[in-house]
Ligand binder design. Structure first.
Ligand code: ATP
Length: 434
């Protein structure tokens, strides 16, 4: 039976078996081809990645992280890869890799400059230096600093001027509203001493608050001078009609803005208004904060990085609130927790709120009366809108949060809850953190 079947098999199934063998051979060959193709593809991909990585840009910085738990400063080399915005960290003390290369949300190439603080995995890292010549050369050529000042005649148009600044790709890394004394003005403008307009220049520049700024962009000094336009606003209107002096200046003296004329003056002027170490003398321009009859507002970091500063300042002015003090701050975790302490255990978003506040530069504002008199804190709170931007868009579509908020944490603007909180919060920024 068996042999019959074999015989039978041979006879009956021979073509089928041959066909199957052929198919097997073909399929085996197919498998081999497939495996070879797969190996070739994988090799090509890795080679491509290797070549890409080999030639890819990598910036390296010295950074410091203050660990509040152990009260120690930890030093890292931080590498940033612009191709995929990933980050790698090397612990300099332990001499080992601390963080393997991973993409990090919220860190952009434009955040990488000396003195700035970036947040990587909830750690605030201060950039203290460039770690190699390539990074120094690349970053400094792309990110030059200059000093800009909005003069007293144009401070009431600050929102519009900031809009121009942001729309022309300047980053505002520092900003402070100050009242200059005559001594400070004379020191700042000392190269004009003896010129016929010197005394009237001092009268003008001390006649009200000015807003000092550090701007960063490619060729910042030259670009900001071009954005300002010629000294004489009348001339600016005829030859540079889109310039700041053409748009906001009056004449040769009341010309809306100032800009450093060289790299060297930029460094001197930035240091004059934003000293790198704490000084406490007559030459340090002081904040204009009144510290009374006020309420506090904060343009949150996400709204700052989205370029909303100008629009928010304009909106506040359109509602006839006065901005009597303004300053950019960078808060660390301890400060953010301290400032938001009253929300701890009260709102579930507290941890997110702390993270948001410490995630980048914020603009703190002191808001005073305007036309609203003693009702200012309440009216201002209404104008800021409900905490959740979705609700705000339904109930108060004109409010700041409806217009600029993204979600309940990234809701664009913080405002004092109760009239009694206002002066305390203003004091926190404009007295304690000064
Ligand atoms: N002839 C003048 N009469 C009155 N004020 C003048 C005159 N020339 C200059 N000023 C004032 O002094 C400021 C400094 O003069 P400067 O010549 O340095 O002009 P600038 O470099 O265009 O301006 P800034 O230094 O403020 O950016 C001018 O911005 C202007 O406010």
């Amino acid at each position: 039976m068996v042999s019959d079947r074999r015989l039978g098999d041979k006879c009956v199934f021979q073509p089928f078996i041959v066909q199957r063998r052929q198919l097997r051979t073909v399929s085996a060959m197919g498998n081999k081809v497939f495996i070879i193709a797969l190996v070739v593809a994988l090799v090509a991909i890795s080679l491509n990645n290797y070549l890409k990585r080999k030639g890819e840009t990598r910036y390296i910085f010295h950074t410091e992280w203050y660990d509040p738990v152990s009260a120690t400063v930890n030093k890292f080399h931080l590498s940033f890869f612009p191709r995929d915005r990933s980050v790698e960290m090397y612990d300099l003390r332990a001499q080992r890799l601390f963080l393997k290369r991973i993409p990090v949300e919220g860190v952009e190439e434009r955040d990488l400059y000396l003195g700035n603080t970036i947040v990587v995995l909830s750690r605030q890292l201060k950039i203290t230096d460039y770690a190699d010549a390539f990074t120094r050369e690349q970053i400094t050529s792309k990110r030059q600093r200059t000093f800009a000042m909005v003069k007293p005649d144009a401070v009431h148009r600050l929102g519009e001027i900031v809009d121009v600044i942001q729309s022309r790709d300047f980053e505002i890394s520092q900003m402070k509203m100050v009242q200059l004394t005559r001594l400070q003005a004379a020191t700042f403008y000392r190269e004009h001493e003896g010129r016929p307009f010197f005394e009237s220049l001092l009268d003008y520049i001390t006649s009200g608050p000015v807003v000092a700024m550090e701007l960063i962009t490619t060729n910042a000094v030259k670009k900001w001078r071009a954005t300002l336009g010629p000294t004489d606003s009348q001339e600016a209107r005829s030859i540079a009609p889109e310039s700041i002096r053409a748009l906001f200046g009056k004449d040769k003296q009341l010309n809306a803005g100032h800009g450093s004329d060289s790299d060297i003056s930029a460094i001197r002027e930035i240091e004059f208004f934003f000293p790198s170490s704490k000084i406490n003398d007559d030459l340090l321009p002081q904040t204009t904060a009144k510290l009374a009859n006020n309420t506090c507002g904060i343009i949150k970091p996400h709204a700052v990085s989205k370029g909303h500063i100008g629009s928010i300042l304009k909106a506040i002015k359109e509602e006839e609130f006065d901005i009597s003090a303004l300053q950019i701050f960078r808060m660390d975790k301890v400060q953010s927790e301290e400032f938001l302490e009253v929300y701890k255990g009260v709102v579930s978003e507290y941890p997110g709120m702390v993270q948001q506040l410490m995630s980048g530069p914020l603009v703190a504002l002191e808001i005073t009366s305007g036309v609203h008199g003693p009702q200012t804190p309440i009216k201002f709170r209404e104008f800021v809108g409900p905490a959740d931007p979705e609700v705000a868009r339904e109930l108060r579509p004109n409010s700041l949060r409806a217009r600029f908020g993204e979600d309940i944490v990234k809701n664009a603007f913080h405002c004092s809850d109760l009239p009694d909180d206002g002066p305390l919060e203003v004091e926190y920024f404009f007295k304690i953190l000064q």
